[in-house]
Design a protein around this ligand. Sequence first.
Ligand SMILES: Nc1ncnc2c1ncn2[C@@H]1O[C@H](COP(=O)(O)OP(=O)(O)O)[C@@H](O)[C@H]1O
Ligand SMILES: [Mg+2]
Length: 175
Amino acid sequence: MNLIAPWDVLTRSEEETISLGRAIGDSLSPGDAVLISGALAAGKTRLVQGIAEGLRTADRPRSPTFVLVNRHIGRLVLHHCDLYRLEGVMEVEDLGLMERVENGDVLAVEWPERGRMALPEDALEVTMEQGSGEDDRSVTLMQNGPASSRLLQAARSSFNEGNKGHAGVAGKAGS
Ligand SMILES: Nc1ncnc2c1ncn2[C@@H]1O[C@H](COP(=O)(O)OP(=O)(O)O)[C@@H](O)[C@H]1O
Ligand SMILES: [Mg+2]
């Protein structure tokens, strides 16, 4: 199998995280899953908002309060879940997320460590950490199978392509 090295991106504003998400959303194929780890306020939901923009969904994902899974309809159906409040694999299994991806929908999951075993094995694994500046986030994207490897490559080219036309996304940070 083609092993793709992890991709590290430093975003310097929430807009940059959203455009990284958009590149992922542009590149999603039916059945893909994106698992996003990171502390509170790391920017996980911002990334999902970008993913939804890339899929051109009618509405914008928000931080779920009580609802565990939200559905957004775009080019593909996106299920956005925040598993923060869940206790373990059994509770995650009950959400039926596997069935949804098997049906060709796509998944974006915050706090996947709550029930990693109940989530697709082949998934793009994203970790987000606070960087040195207040608005800096260090984002690492890793593949672990053929589908996520394809997604990682496609998202990376879409992100680089998108940034070419925008005179450098980083340039916007100070304005
Ligand atoms: N580079 C960045 N990427 C994403 N969010 C950022 C960034 N810099 C600052 N922020 C702020 O951090 C917060 C991230 O919130 P959110 O996406 O809801 O985090 P999480 O879902 O990880 O708890 C927002 O208030 C956002 O404005
Ligand atoms: Mg969140």
